[in-house]
Design a protein. Structure first.
Length: 659
């Protein structure tokens, strides 16, 4: 069941003159959360102290993750997990998966960290059976949980204002308002305005194969400006044995698209305006201790206006409008004290319109039905699931055509605890099949679409170890370790490459890709010296992701584009009273920007170091925090994607007031 512990005393309890205040606590039935394999998480103060602007920036510090960043403050940022591709990643925002049938890629750069309380990454899927059917279908999942209002004793309102100014004329203003409307009802509103010129100096150097310099340029990045507004409102409620939530979200942006630097030419005339809106609702209730049900609903409207004013290319001025409606019902029942089962059904409708000539106006209807079961008995946790997905596509131009596709995808997750008296050490494994349909862009776009694309299917295997221990005495207060060896096999893998313009892509089926890797995450915290408290988080990833389609091809068994063999990150934090110091390090090894791993396609490794410091002053009923940060301290000139130079050394300062 679910209940709220407020500041009142239970009836029948002896009262004294001293008031007893109890923090707000939400207790949920064990039916609602039975996770077999834990996730990687960044939450609370960890997110607050990092020199990051968006969810995409924070995800760089997860193992197995590669961020595709096209440069600049407002550049598009997408995430690839374990070389599976962006489209295999399910992104859930407060419990409901974000959809984009147009290109399948969720730009995580649009989600600010100002209102985010936790980011979790699951490989395979979230290994809890009480979830929507769509959640079972993803090859990996990111769960973004926004802030839920919490009120100190005697308070019914929270206010927060934050301002940040930095390089590239960056200015970010945000405000948060929270109101307790009743004992079981609260409101949260978060608004943000973000603007930047996107200009930064860079040095661009390229050499010929014989070692001579082809060109060596120092210039200023142009056409990377952005102006964006975001408004988000959440209404949280607690009912008898249940909870509910309503959310409204609006994101509006206008930005320049900094193009690739080709042959020492970097001027581009691409512009893009985005209006992303959605409203969603969720309701959950537990009946007794044997049954729980969850209902989700969502409607989204996305509008994209793309223009290309480059005089060296044909002018483009197109508007795309995408609609999505989503409904889900998930139900779980406790068959025995340690055995439960679930049944979930999802219905998703997508439609895309555009003002281009003879645009097909595609509509997609997706049905997903899942059954799952989980046991938690002594030293064993296990979960098995089966998802049937049916996709119906229909286009109306130049003639009406319908297509159908269905797929059955099973998954099995197991966690074993070798010690009966403690669960701080466990061994885990999973096997899973998944698939993803080609997007509307993949299939239908002029100069881009490939109507013969086949659905992409994947098989995943993983085995690992988890150690997570809290200590009452000694130097360390917490030590954690996760290590996994995995093997992914992808058939008909769809790869996307920029085709001169960042908005347009080239799509093709690679055929078969063989992916083997190792992920390691280590965490530790403890008292360094007297009042100094330290935290450490380090991760390392090794991946061999090779094309094994055709032994006659020159790129057979070559590493696929933009996947490094080695990558790593380190975050070190030090706290002393009201002072907070944070250092972060990112490393990405050598890669290749085309299918053939030859010197001409080689991309140099890169690394960055970021440093931030913040201090907080208590001011009566307020708290003021000032933060200064320096990013890319060593001023390394690097590309995440070839020909898209990233910023060098840059700094920012922010002021935050909490009331």
């Amino acid at each position: 069941m679910v209940f709220l512990a407020s500041g009142t005393l239970a009836q029948g309890q002896e009262q004294t003159d001293t008031a007893l205040h109890i923090s707000e606590v939400v207790v949920t039935s064990k039916l609602t959360f039975r996770e077999v394999i834990p996730s990687q998480k960044l939450s609370g103060e960890q997110l607050n102290r990092m020199s990051t602007l968006s969810v995409a920036d924070a995800m760089r510090y997860f193992s197995g993750v590669q961020l595709k960043d096209y440069g600049g403050v407002g550049g598009v940022k997408t995430v690839d997990v374990r070389s599976m591709g962006t489209n295999h990643l399910g992104v859930s925002y407060d419990g409901i998966v974000l959809g984009n049938a147009q290109n399948g890629q969720i730009d995580l750069g649009q989600f600010s960290l100002d209102n985010v309380d936790e980011i979790s990454l699951y490989n395979g899927q979230k290994s809890a059976i009480f979830q929507a059917a769509t959640d079972f279908a993803s090859a990996s999942s990111v769960y973004i949980r926004t802030r839920r209002p919490h009120f100190a004793p005697g308070k019914k309102q929270n206010w927060r204002a934050k301002a940040k100014y930095g390089a590239s004329d960056l200015l970010r203003l945000s405000a948060l308002y929270e109101q307790q409307l009743a004992d079981s009802l609260s409101l949260g509103i978060n608004a943000e305005v973000f603007t930047a010129s996107g200009k930064y100096h860079f040095r661009y150097k390229r050499k010929n194969l014989d070692g001579t310099t082809a060109w060596d340029t120092t210039a200023t990045r142009q056409n990377g400006d952005i102006h964006a507004e975001r408004l988000e409102a959440n209404l949280h409620g607690i009912a008898a044995q249940g909870t509910w939530m309503l959310k409204g979200y609006v994101y509006n942006s206008a930005r320049g698209i900094p193009g690739a630097i080709v042959n020492n030419v970097w001027r581009r005339g691409e512009r893009q305006q985005d209006l992303n809106t959605f409203a969603q609702a969720q309701w959950q209730r537990t009946i007794g201790n044997v049954f729980s049900t969850k209902w989700l609903a969502k409607y989204a409207f996305y509008r994209t206006h793309y223009q290309n004013r480059d005089t060296t290319q044909l002018p483009v001025d197109n508007c795309y409008r995408q609609q999505e409606a989503y409904f889900s019902s998930a139900n779980v029942v406790e068959l025995l004290p340690n055995w439960s089962a679930s049944l979930a059904y999802d219905l998703r409708w997508n439609h895309l319109r555009a003002d281009t000539y003879r645009f097909p106006h595609p509509t997609r209807l997706t049905h997903a039905l899942s059954i799952a079961t989980a046991i938690d008995y002594r030293r064993l946790k296990a979960q098995a699931s089966l998802v049937e997905t049916y996709v119906h596509d229909r286009i109306t131009s130049p003639s009406t055509v319908t297509t159908h596709h269905s797929q059955l995808t099973p998954a099995l997750f197991v966690s074993v605890y070798p010690m009966s008296h403690a669960r701080w050490l466990s061994f885990r494994a999973f096997a899973k099949k998944s698939f993803r349909m080609p997007t509307f862009n993949d299939l239908y776009y002029t100069e881009l679409g490939n109507a013969s694309l086949r659905p992409e299917s994947a098989t995943q295997f993983d085995i690992g170890i988890v150690a997570d221990r809290h200590m009452e005495q000694g130097f360390f207060t917490h030590v954690g370790l996760q290590a996994d060896i995995y093997y992914n096999k992808v058939r008909d893998k769809i790869m996307a490459y920029p085709k001169g313009q960042q908005f347009r892509w080239t799509m093709l089926n690679l055929g078969r890709v063989d992916i083997r890797g190792l992920d390691v995450v280590a965490e530790a915290s403890g008292r360094v010296y007297e009042d100094w408290v330290g935290t450490l988080r380090a991760q390392y990833t090794w991946q061999r992701a090779i094309d094994v389609t055709d032994s006659r091809k020159p790129y057979y068994r070559h590493q696929i584009p933009y996947i490094p063999r080695h990558s790593a990150s380190v975050i070190v934090g030090l706290d002393w009273k009201r002072l907070t110091l944070n250092y972060s390090f990112l490393y990405t090894g050598e890669r290749w920007n085309e299918q053939e791993n030859i010197p001409f396609n080689h991309v140099q490794p890169w690394y960055t170091s970021d440093l931030s410091a913040s201090y907080q002053w208590p001011l009566r009923k307020c708290a003021l925090r000032v933060t200064a940060e320096v990013n890319n301290m060593l001023n390394q000139q690097y590309d995440v994607i070839s020909n898209y130079p990233m910023p060098g050394r840059n700094a920012a300062v922010s002021v935050e007031l909490n009331i």
